[in-house]
Ligand binder design. Structure first.
Ligand code: MLC
Ligand code: AMP
Length: 478
C-alpha cells in the first residue's frame, strides 16, 4: 500500500474531493496533474515547493511524493535570508510555482533555481513504484534556539505511521470532510491537513486562511486549528455555532488555554480533542475521539509511540501527576535526523535512542500527559509557529542601526506568545522599521510584534543576556 492510498482508487471521485481556497479538484485531476510533476522531478535531489495556500501546492507536493523526491515546502512569505538558507541547505534544483508565475530566478540570497510551473489542467498517466519507507518524504525546516532553521528529514514510513495512528485516535475515515486553513509548510497544515486526507480518503476543504467565517462556511465534519484559531472561533459566536454539526474539533501546535477549551465546548457543543507533537516527531500524544477530552491535557501516546519523563539528572521520573521533567519520545513516527547538522542530532537524541523534545511535562497515573512549558526561553510559540529567538536577533543585528538585540516571547491572549524585541540602537531607527525589516528578511510571522529601544540589556557576570529577567519586564509591561 502506498503512502497516498486515497489516490490509488476505491474512494470515489467527487469533483470537489479537494478544495483549496475555493479551487475544486477531483482526485483524478489531482493525480493527473501531480503525475506530470512527478515525471518532471524524478531523480532530482529534492523539490522545493512555494507553499502558498493553493491547489498548485498540493499538486506539487503529491508529485514529489509520487516520484520519491523529498519535498521541501518554502514559506511563501519568507524573505531572502530565510529562503536562501533553506534552498542552499536542502540542495533542491527545482522550485514548484503555480503556472503563469514565471521563472523562480533569483529565489533569494543569489540562489538560482529552476522554476517548475504547476498547471492544474495538465494531465499525465503512468505510475511510479512506491519508494522505500525510509526515504525522506519531506525536509521540514524548523527553528532552533540559535542560528537558521534546521531541516528535519521526515521518512515516508513516519508519515504513514503517524497518520494511521491519528486516524485510529480520531476515528478519521473517508466519511469525513476535513476543514482547515493552516499554512502548507508545516506538519499541522501539510502532513496532517493534506496527507491525512490523501491517506484516509476524506474530502479536504482548505479555506485559504484559518478565519472563523471560513471555518463556519465550510460545513465539515473534522476541523483542525491552532489555539489562536480556536480562540478566535470561540469569540465569534455565529461562527462557533455553525460548527455544532461537526463531528470533531482538533487543536494542536501550542497549548490550548483551558478557558478557550471551555468556551469552545460551550458554544459549539464539542469538547475539542487536543494533541501534542513536533516537526521532528510528528504527532505523538492525543486525546481520543472515544475517550475523555480533558481541558489542559494532551492525553495518551498514539499507537506505536512511547514516552518517558526524565529529570535533570537524566533519571526517569514516575507518572505520578506531580513529577515535572523533560518529555522524551520514541517510536515509528520519528524523523531520521537533521540535514547537514550532526551537532543538532547529537544534542537531540539520547544514547538509548529517545528524542529529547525540549518540552516539560507531567504524566498522571492514568497516563494522561500535560505539557507545562518548554526547557528553553529561546523557543517561542506564536500563533502556533515556532520562532527561534536567536534567528530573530541575528536578523535585527543585520540592520545598520542595531548594535544589539534580545528577543523573548511575552504572554499574549491571541497568539499565546508574542515576539518582543529589546534593541540597543546606535543610529536613528523606529520600532516599526525594525518590525518591517525582520518581516522582509525572514517570514512575516517571525516579526516582532513589539520593539522596545533600550540603552542596555540585563546581563550576568559572564555577559550573557538575562532572558528570564527580560521576559518578566515584557510581561509586566502588558
Ligand atoms: C502584517 N503583515 C505584514 C506585516 N505585518 N506583511 C509584511 N510586513 C509586515 N510587517 C500581513 C501578513 O502578510 C498577513 O497578510 C497579515 O498581515 C496578517 O498576518 P499576521 O498578523 O501574521 O497574522 P495573524 O493574524 O497574526 O496570524 C494568526 C494565525 C497564524 C493563527 C492565522 O499565526 C497561523 O496561521 N498560524 C498557524 C501556524 C501553524 O500552522 N503551526 C504549525 C506548526 S507544526 P495576509 O494577506 O496573508 O492576511 C507544529 C507541530 C504540531 O507545531 O504539533 O502541529
Ligand atoms: P514545531 O517545531 O513547530 O513542530 O513545534 C513543536 C512544539 O509545539 C512542541 O515542542 C511544543 O512546544 C509545541 N506544542 C505542540 N502541540 C502542543 C500542545 N498541544 N500543547 C502544548 N505545546 C504544544
Amino acid at each position: 500500500m502506498g503512502l497516498l492510498t486515497a489516490l490509488e482508487g476505491g474512494f470515489g471521485d467527487a469533483a470537489d474531493a479537494l478544495v483549496v481556497d475555493g479551487r475544486p479538484l477531483s482526485r483524478e485531476q489531482l493525480l493527473g496533474a501531480a503525475t506530470l510533476v512527478a515525471q518532471r522531478v524524478a531523480g532530482a535531489p529534492a523539490l522545493a515547493v512555494l507553499a502558498r495556500p493553493a491547489a498548485e501546492t498540493v499538486v506539487a507536493v503529491v508529485g514529489g511524493l509520487l516520484a520519491g523526491v523529498p519535498v521541501v515546502p518554502l514559506p511563501p512569505d519568507s524573505g531572502p535570508k530565510e529562503r536562501g538558507h533553506i534552498l542552499r541547505d536542502c540542495g533542491a534544483t527545482l522550485l514548484a510555482v503555480p503556472a503563469g508565475e514565471g521563472a523562480a530566478g533569483d529565489a533569494g540570497a543569489g540562489e538560482e533555481i529552476e522554476a517548475l510551473p504547476v498547471d492544474l489542467t495538465a494531465r499525465s498517466g503512468g505510475s511510479f513504484a512506491e519508494p522505500a519507507g525510509d526515504r525522506p518524504a519531506f525536509v521540514l525546516y524548523t527553528s532552533g534556539t540559535t542560528g537558521p532553521p534546521k531541516g528535519a528529514l521526515i521518512p515516508r514510513s513516519a508519515v504513514a505511521a503517524d497518520l494511521d495512528a491519528l486516524a485510529a485516535a480520531w476515528r478519521w475515515t473517508a466519511e469525513d470532510t476535513l476543514v482547515h486553513g493552516l499554512p502548507l509548510f508545516h506538519v499541522h497544515g501539510l502532513v496532517l491537513g493534506v496527507l491525512g486526507a490523501m491517506r484516509t480518503g476524506s474530502r479536504l476543504v482548505h479555506t485559504g486562511r484559518p478565519t472563523p467565517e471560513a471555518y463556519a462556511g465550510a460545513r465539515g465534519s473534522l476541523y483542525f486549528g491552532v489555539p489562536t484559531v480556536w480562540s478566535r472561533v470561540a469569540a465569534d459566536h455565529t461562527a462557533a455555532r455553525a460548527l455544532a454539526g461537526a463531528r470533531l474539533l482538533v487543536s494542536g501546535s501550542a497549548p490550548l488555554p483551558v478557558p478557550v477549551f471551555e468556551q469552545l465546548a460551550a458554544v459549539t457543543g464539542h469538547a475539542p480533542v487536543e494533541r501534542y507533537g513536533m516537526t521532528e516527531s510528528l504527532i505523538t500524544v492525543s486525546t481520543r475521539a472515544d475517550g475523555e477530552r480533558r481541558p489542559g491535557s494532551v492525553g495518551l501516546p498514539v499507537d506505536g509511540v512511547r514516552t518517558r519523563l526524565v529529570g535533570e539528572d537524566g533519571e526517569p521520573l514516575p507518572a505520578d501527576g506531580e513529577s515535572v521533567g523533560e518529555l522524551q519520545v520514541a517510536g515509528p513516527t520519528l524523523f531520521s535526523g537533521y540535514l547537514n547538522r550532526p551537532d543538532a542530532d547529537a544534542e537531540s537524541w539520547t544514547a538509548d535512542g529517545w528524542f529529547r523534545t525540549g518540552d516539560v511535562a507531567v504524566v498522571g497515573p492514568d497516563g494522561f500527559h500535560r505539557i507545562v512549558g518548554r526547557a528553553s526561553v529561546d523557543l517561542i510559540k506564536s500563533g502556533g509557529y515556532k520562532i527561534g529567538a536567536g534567528e530573530v536577533e541575528a536578523a535585527l543585528r543585520d540592520h545598520p542601526a542595531v548594535a544589539d538585540a534580545a528577543v523573548v516571547g511575552a504572554p499574549d491572549s491571541d497568539l499565546g506568545q508574542a515576539v518582543v524585541a529589546y534593541v540597543i540602537a546606535d543610529g536613528p531607527v523606529t520600532g516599526e522599521q525594525l518590525t518591517a525589516f525582520v518581516a522582509e528578511r525572514l517570514s512575516v510571522h517571525k516579526r516582532p510584534r513589539r520593539v522596545v529601544l533600550v540603552d542596555e540589556l540585563p546581563r550576568n557576570a559572564l555577559g550573557k543576556v538575562l532572558k528570564k529577567q527580560l521576559l518578566q519586564t515584557a510581561t509586566r509591561a502588558l
